[in-house]
Design a protein around this ligand. Structure first.
Ligand code: FES
Ligand SMILES: [Fe+2]
Length: 352
Protein backbone atom coordinates (compact mmCIF):
# COMPACT_ATOMS: atom_id res chain seq x y z
CA UNK A 1 0.00 0.00 0.00
CA UNK A 2 1.36 3.40 -0.93
CA UNK A 3 -0.27 6.44 0.57
CA UNK A 4 -0.04 10.08 -0.49
CA UNK A 5 3.10 11.68 0.83
CA UNK A 6 3.88 15.09 2.18
CA UNK A 7 6.47 16.77 -0.07
CA UNK A 8 9.94 17.06 1.42
CA UNK A 9 9.57 20.84 1.63
CA UNK A 10 6.70 20.37 4.08
CA UNK A 11 7.73 17.10 5.71
CA UNK A 12 8.23 16.29 9.37
CA UNK A 13 10.08 13.40 11.01
CA UNK A 14 8.42 10.16 12.05
CA UNK A 15 6.12 10.20 15.04
CA UNK A 16 8.11 9.26 18.18
CA UNK A 17 5.57 6.61 19.18
CA UNK A 18 6.93 4.42 16.36
CA UNK A 19 10.15 4.15 18.36
CA UNK A 20 8.49 3.06 21.58
CA UNK A 21 5.46 0.84 20.93
CA UNK A 22 5.86 -2.91 21.48
CA UNK A 23 3.23 -3.71 18.83
CA UNK A 24 5.15 -1.64 16.28
CA UNK A 25 8.41 -3.34 17.17
CA UNK A 26 6.88 -6.80 16.74
CA UNK A 27 5.36 -5.78 13.40
CA UNK A 28 8.70 -4.39 12.23
CA UNK A 29 10.50 -7.65 12.93
CA UNK A 30 7.86 -9.66 11.12
CA UNK A 31 6.87 -7.41 8.23
CA UNK A 32 9.82 -5.08 7.70
CA UNK A 33 13.03 -6.86 8.74
CA UNK A 34 12.40 -10.59 8.15
CA UNK A 35 10.97 -10.54 4.59
CA UNK A 36 13.63 -8.30 3.05
CA UNK A 37 16.99 -9.30 1.62
CA UNK A 38 19.97 -8.36 3.76
CA UNK A 39 23.71 -8.89 3.84
CA UNK A 40 24.59 -11.51 6.45
CA UNK A 41 28.28 -12.14 5.78
CA UNK A 42 31.13 -12.59 3.34
CA UNK A 43 30.86 -15.34 0.72
CA UNK A 44 34.25 -16.61 1.91
CA UNK A 45 32.71 -17.64 5.25
CA UNK A 46 30.74 -20.36 3.43
CA UNK A 47 33.09 -21.10 0.54
CA UNK A 48 33.61 -24.82 1.24
CA UNK A 49 31.42 -27.84 1.91
CA UNK A 50 30.16 -27.92 5.48
CA UNK A 51 30.84 -24.24 6.21
CA UNK A 52 28.07 -22.67 8.29
CA UNK A 53 27.14 -19.17 9.40
CA UNK A 54 24.51 -18.44 12.05
CA UNK A 55 22.64 -15.12 12.16
CA UNK A 56 19.34 -13.50 13.21
CA UNK A 57 16.91 -12.11 10.66
CA UNK A 58 13.94 -10.27 12.14
CA UNK A 59 14.17 -12.20 15.40
CA UNK A 60 14.41 -15.55 13.63
CA UNK A 61 17.66 -17.49 14.12
CA UNK A 62 18.90 -18.69 10.72
CA UNK A 63 21.78 -20.78 9.38
CA UNK A 64 23.37 -20.73 5.95
CA UNK A 65 25.40 -23.74 4.80
CA UNK A 66 27.48 -24.77 1.78
CA UNK A 67 26.50 -28.27 0.68
CA UNK A 68 29.01 -30.83 -0.67
CA UNK A 69 27.43 -30.22 -4.11
CA UNK A 70 28.29 -26.52 -3.81
CA UNK A 71 24.76 -25.27 -3.19
CA UNK A 72 24.12 -22.46 -0.76
CA UNK A 73 21.23 -23.46 1.51
CA UNK A 74 19.59 -21.50 4.29
CA UNK A 75 17.25 -22.63 7.07
CA UNK A 76 15.67 -21.48 10.27
CA UNK A 77 18.25 -22.29 12.92
CA UNK A 78 15.47 -23.96 14.87
CA UNK A 79 15.28 -27.70 15.35
CA UNK A 80 11.81 -29.14 14.68
CA UNK A 81 12.17 -31.30 17.83
CA UNK A 82 12.11 -28.70 20.63
CA UNK A 83 13.56 -25.59 19.00
CA UNK A 84 17.22 -26.23 19.75
CA UNK A 85 19.93 -24.53 17.68
CA UNK A 86 21.41 -26.27 14.65
CA UNK A 87 24.45 -23.99 14.92
CA UNK A 88 25.44 -21.81 17.87
CA UNK A 89 28.23 -20.00 15.98
CA UNK A 90 29.96 -19.91 12.59
CA UNK A 91 31.73 -23.17 11.75
CA UNK A 92 33.97 -24.53 8.99
CA UNK A 93 33.88 -27.97 7.36
CA UNK A 94 31.09 -29.71 9.27
CA UNK A 95 30.23 -33.24 8.15
CA UNK A 96 26.56 -32.78 8.92
CA UNK A 97 24.21 -30.40 10.69
CA UNK A 98 23.53 -31.57 14.21
CA UNK A 99 21.25 -29.93 16.74
CA UNK A 100 23.18 -28.84 19.82
CA UNK A 101 20.33 -29.86 22.17
CA UNK A 102 19.59 -33.60 21.70
CA UNK A 103 21.64 -34.43 18.66
CA UNK A 104 19.11 -34.84 15.85
CA UNK A 105 21.14 -34.56 12.68
CA UNK A 106 20.24 -33.15 9.28
CA UNK A 107 21.59 -33.33 5.76
CA UNK A 108 22.79 -30.12 4.17
CA UNK A 109 19.51 -29.93 2.29
CA UNK A 110 17.66 -29.80 5.61
CA UNK A 111 16.27 -33.35 5.71
CA UNK A 112 16.34 -35.20 9.02
CA UNK A 113 18.92 -37.92 8.82
CA UNK A 114 18.94 -39.37 12.34
CA UNK A 115 17.04 -38.84 15.59
CA UNK A 116 18.45 -40.86 18.48
CA UNK A 117 16.14 -42.81 20.80
CA UNK A 118 12.94 -42.00 18.96
CA UNK A 119 12.15 -45.65 18.10
CA UNK A 120 9.16 -45.83 20.48
CA UNK A 121 7.52 -42.64 19.23
CA UNK A 122 4.36 -43.86 17.49
CA UNK A 123 3.77 -42.50 14.03
CA UNK A 124 7.08 -40.63 14.09
CA UNK A 125 8.10 -40.23 10.45
CA UNK A 126 11.67 -38.95 10.06
CA UNK A 127 11.20 -38.63 6.30
CA UNK A 128 8.58 -35.91 6.87
CA UNK A 129 10.79 -33.79 9.08
CA UNK A 130 13.02 -31.09 7.66
CA UNK A 131 14.44 -27.73 8.57
CA UNK A 132 12.41 -24.78 7.31
CA UNK A 133 14.21 -23.27 4.28
CA UNK A 134 14.93 -19.58 3.72
CA UNK A 135 16.10 -17.74 0.59
CA UNK A 136 19.86 -17.22 0.15
CA UNK A 137 21.99 -15.96 -2.73
CA UNK A 138 25.58 -14.92 -3.28
CA UNK A 139 25.94 -11.40 -4.69
CA UNK A 140 29.26 -9.71 -5.50
CA UNK A 141 31.07 -11.63 -2.77
CA UNK A 142 28.34 -11.10 -0.17
CA UNK A 143 25.84 -13.59 1.26
CA UNK A 144 22.34 -12.16 1.02
CA UNK A 145 19.38 -13.80 2.76
CA UNK A 146 15.80 -13.18 3.84
CA UNK A 147 13.39 -15.01 6.14
CA UNK A 148 10.12 -14.18 4.41
CA UNK A 149 8.57 -13.15 1.16
CA UNK A 150 9.15 -9.45 0.41
CA UNK A 151 10.16 -7.86 -2.90
CA UNK A 152 12.44 -9.85 -5.21
CA UNK A 153 16.16 -9.25 -4.76
CA UNK A 154 16.50 -7.67 -8.20
CA UNK A 155 13.75 -5.21 -7.39
CA UNK A 156 15.14 -4.23 -3.99
CA UNK A 157 18.71 -3.78 -5.25
CA UNK A 158 17.80 -2.51 -8.71
CA UNK A 159 20.43 0.01 -9.86
CA UNK A 160 22.78 -0.38 -6.88
CA UNK A 161 25.53 -2.18 -8.76
CA UNK A 162 25.18 0.12 -11.78
CA UNK A 163 26.50 2.83 -9.49
CA UNK A 164 28.77 0.83 -7.16
CA UNK A 165 30.47 -1.05 -10.01
CA UNK A 166 30.37 -4.84 -9.67
CA UNK A 167 33.83 -5.19 -11.24
CA UNK A 168 35.44 -3.16 -8.48
CA UNK A 169 33.30 -4.81 -5.78
CA UNK A 170 34.15 -8.37 -6.79
CA UNK A 171 37.89 -7.72 -6.37
CA UNK A 172 37.56 -6.78 -2.72
CA UNK A 173 38.75 -9.22 -0.08
CA UNK A 174 37.08 -9.73 3.30
CA UNK A 175 39.32 -8.51 6.11
CA UNK A 176 37.33 -8.66 9.35
CA UNK A 177 33.95 -8.16 11.02
CA UNK A 178 33.10 -6.06 14.04
CA UNK A 179 29.90 -5.82 16.05
CA UNK A 180 28.62 -2.78 17.92
CA UNK A 181 25.78 -2.66 20.45
CA UNK A 182 23.80 0.58 20.42
CA UNK A 183 21.23 1.44 23.11
CA UNK A 184 18.69 2.88 20.70
CA UNK A 185 15.82 1.65 18.59
CA UNK A 186 17.19 0.24 15.34
CA UNK A 187 15.47 2.98 13.31
CA UNK A 188 17.37 5.71 15.19
CA UNK A 189 20.59 4.22 13.83
CA UNK A 190 19.16 4.15 10.30
CA UNK A 191 17.81 7.70 10.60
CA UNK A 192 21.25 8.87 11.63
CA UNK A 193 22.96 7.09 8.74
CA UNK A 194 20.70 8.74 6.21
CA UNK A 195 21.92 12.31 6.45
CA UNK A 196 25.25 14.08 6.36
CA UNK A 197 23.62 17.02 8.15
CA UNK A 198 25.16 15.90 11.45
CA UNK A 199 28.70 15.49 10.09
CA UNK A 200 30.18 18.86 11.11
CA UNK A 201 28.75 18.53 14.63
CA UNK A 202 29.14 14.82 15.41
CA UNK A 203 32.14 13.83 13.25
CA UNK A 204 34.70 16.63 13.08
CA UNK A 205 37.39 14.18 11.93
CA UNK A 206 35.29 12.71 9.12
CA UNK A 207 34.29 16.18 7.96
CA UNK A 208 37.93 16.87 7.12
CA UNK A 209 38.06 13.87 4.74
CA UNK A 210 34.80 14.23 2.85
CA UNK A 211 33.59 17.32 1.02
CA UNK A 212 30.51 18.29 3.02
CA UNK A 213 29.66 21.16 0.65
CA UNK A 214 29.44 18.70 -2.27
CA UNK A 215 27.47 16.01 -0.42
CA UNK A 216 24.57 14.76 -2.58
CA UNK A 217 21.62 12.44 -1.96
CA UNK A 218 19.95 10.31 -4.67
CA UNK A 219 16.76 8.34 -4.15
CA UNK A 220 15.86 4.96 -5.66
CA UNK A 221 12.67 2.98 -5.11
CA UNK A 222 14.00 0.97 -2.14
CA UNK A 223 17.34 2.65 -1.55
CA UNK A 224 19.00 5.99 -1.15
CA UNK A 225 22.56 7.01 -1.86
CA UNK A 226 24.67 9.72 -0.34
CA UNK A 227 27.84 10.55 -2.24
CA UNK A 228 30.68 12.94 -1.68
CA UNK A 229 34.17 13.58 -3.02
CA UNK A 230 36.91 12.10 -0.81
CA UNK A 231 39.95 14.30 -0.30
CA UNK A 232 42.62 11.60 -0.45
CA UNK A 233 44.11 12.04 2.98
CA UNK A 234 43.88 9.87 6.09
CA UNK A 235 43.04 6.25 5.35
CA UNK A 236 41.47 6.82 1.92
CA UNK A 237 42.74 7.44 -1.57
CA UNK A 238 41.22 10.41 -3.42
CA UNK A 239 37.98 9.58 -5.21
CA UNK A 240 34.33 9.34 -4.32
CA UNK A 241 32.60 8.01 -1.23
CA UNK A 242 29.30 6.17 -1.82
CA UNK A 243 27.03 5.52 1.14
CA UNK A 244 24.09 3.30 0.17
CA UNK A 245 21.17 2.50 2.39
CA UNK A 246 19.03 -0.37 1.13
CA UNK A 247 15.69 -0.92 2.83
CA UNK A 248 15.22 -1.93 5.55
CA UNK A 249 18.54 -2.34 7.39
CA UNK A 250 21.55 -2.59 5.04
CA UNK A 251 24.29 -0.05 4.38
CA UNK A 252 27.10 -0.32 1.83
CA UNK A 253 29.83 2.23 2.52
CA UNK A 254 32.18 2.35 -0.43
CA UNK A 255 35.40 4.34 -0.25
CA UNK A 256 38.17 4.08 -2.87
CA UNK A 257 39.57 0.53 -2.40
CA UNK A 258 37.34 -0.32 0.53
CA UNK A 259 33.82 -1.63 1.22
CA UNK A 260 32.24 -1.61 4.64
CA UNK A 261 28.89 -3.39 4.93
CA UNK A 262 26.54 -2.68 7.83
CA UNK A 263 23.45 -4.60 8.90
CA UNK A 264 21.33 -3.14 11.67
CA UNK A 265 19.90 -5.98 13.79
CA UNK A 266 17.13 -5.01 16.23
CA UNK A 267 17.64 -6.66 19.63
CA UNK A 268 14.89 -4.86 21.57
CA UNK A 269 12.68 -1.77 21.32
CA UNK A 270 15.59 0.35 22.53
CA UNK A 271 18.56 -1.78 21.48
CA UNK A 272 20.27 -2.92 18.31
CA UNK A 273 23.52 -4.49 17.19
CA UNK A 274 25.20 -3.19 14.06
CA UNK A 275 27.23 -5.77 12.15
CA UNK A 276 30.19 -4.24 10.31
CA UNK A 277 32.21 -6.24 7.76
CA UNK A 278 35.32 -4.70 6.15
CA UNK A 279 36.64 -5.54 2.67
CA UNK A 280 39.71 -4.12 0.94
CA UNK A 281 41.15 -4.15 -2.56
CA UNK A 282 44.37 -6.15 -2.84
CA UNK A 283 47.17 -3.71 -2.05
CA UNK A 284 44.91 -1.45 0.01
CA UNK A 285 45.25 -3.61 3.16
CA UNK A 286 48.05 -1.38 4.36
CA UNK A 287 45.41 1.26 4.97
CA UNK A 288 43.19 -1.23 6.81
CA UNK A 289 44.44 -0.55 10.31
CA UNK A 290 44.03 3.18 9.90
CA UNK A 291 40.58 2.69 8.35
CA UNK A 292 39.47 0.36 11.17
CA UNK A 293 40.58 2.79 13.85
CA UNK A 294 38.94 5.69 12.08
CA UNK A 295 35.71 3.75 11.52
CA UNK A 296 35.65 2.82 15.19
CA UNK A 297 35.91 6.48 16.15
CA UNK A 298 33.07 7.47 13.78
CA UNK A 299 30.94 4.58 15.05
CA UNK A 300 31.47 5.64 18.66
CA UNK A 301 30.38 9.18 17.77
CA UNK A 302 27.26 7.82 16.05
CA UNK A 303 26.49 5.47 18.97
CA UNK A 304 26.59 8.33 21.46
CA UNK A 305 24.36 10.64 19.44
CA UNK A 306 21.86 7.81 18.71
CA UNK A 307 21.61 7.01 22.41
CA UNK A 308 20.90 10.66 23.23
CA UNK A 309 18.28 10.85 20.47
CA UNK A 310 16.59 7.69 21.77
CA UNK A 311 16.12 9.32 25.18
CA UNK A 312 14.60 12.41 23.57
CA UNK A 313 12.28 10.38 21.33
CA UNK A 314 10.75 8.29 24.12
CA UNK A 315 10.59 11.13 26.67
CA UNK A 316 7.02 12.06 25.83
CA UNK A 317 8.28 15.62 25.39
CA UNK A 318 9.09 15.57 21.66
CA UNK A 319 6.82 16.27 18.69
CA UNK A 320 7.97 15.48 15.13
CA UNK A 321 10.20 18.28 13.81
CA UNK A 322 10.62 19.68 10.29
CA UNK A 323 13.18 18.12 7.95
CA UNK A 324 15.87 20.01 6.00
CA UNK A 325 15.07 19.69 2.25
CA UNK A 326 18.74 20.39 1.54
CA UNK A 327 20.10 17.66 3.83
CA UNK A 328 17.43 15.16 4.86
CA UNK A 329 15.93 13.78 1.64
CA UNK A 330 17.16 10.29 2.61
CA UNK A 331 15.42 10.47 5.98
CA UNK A 332 12.17 11.59 4.32
CA UNK A 333 12.39 8.76 1.75
CA UNK A 334 12.99 6.14 4.46
CA UNK A 335 10.26 7.45 6.74
CA UNK A 336 7.83 7.25 3.82
CA UNK A 337 8.81 3.61 3.16
CA UNK A 338 8.14 2.94 6.85
CA UNK A 339 4.80 4.77 6.73
CA UNK A 340 3.80 2.61 3.74
CA UNK A 341 4.80 -0.55 5.61
CA UNK A 342 2.93 0.46 8.75
CA UNK A 343 -0.21 1.28 6.76
CA UNK A 344 0.02 -2.00 4.83
CA UNK A 345 0.20 -3.93 8.09
CA UNK A 346 -2.66 -2.33 9.95
CA UNK A 347 -0.71 0.23 11.94
CA UNK A 348 -2.24 3.53 10.78
CA UNK A 349 -0.40 6.63 11.90
CA UNK A 350 -3.70 8.29 12.82
CA UNK A 351 -4.28 5.59 15.45
CA UNK A 352 -1.19 6.66 17.36
S1 FES B 1 15.78 -29.67 20.03
FE1 FES B 1 17.01 -30.41 18.46
S2 FES B 1 17.35 -32.44 18.99
FE2 FES B 1 16.07 -31.71 20.53
FE1 LIG C 1 27.33 9.66 11.61
Amino acid sequence: MKTARTPLEKAVALDPSWYARPDVYEAELKHIIAPHWQVIGPAGAVSDAGDVIARDIGGIPVVVVRSPEGALNGFYNICPHRAGPIATCDRKGLKRLRCAYHGWSYDFDGRLRAAPEMQDAEGFEPARIRLTPIDVIEWNGLIMARAGDGPAFDELYDGVMDIAGSAAMSKLVFHQGRRYAVASNWKVYVDNFLEGYHLPFVHPGLTQLVDYADYKTELGRWWSLQRSPVEGSGPYAAGEGLYFFIYPNVMLNIMPGRLQTNRVVPTGIDACVVEFDFYYAPGAETRALEDLEFSEQVQEEDRLICEHVQKGLVSGAYRPGRLSPAREAGVWHWHNLLRDAYAANGLPESAV
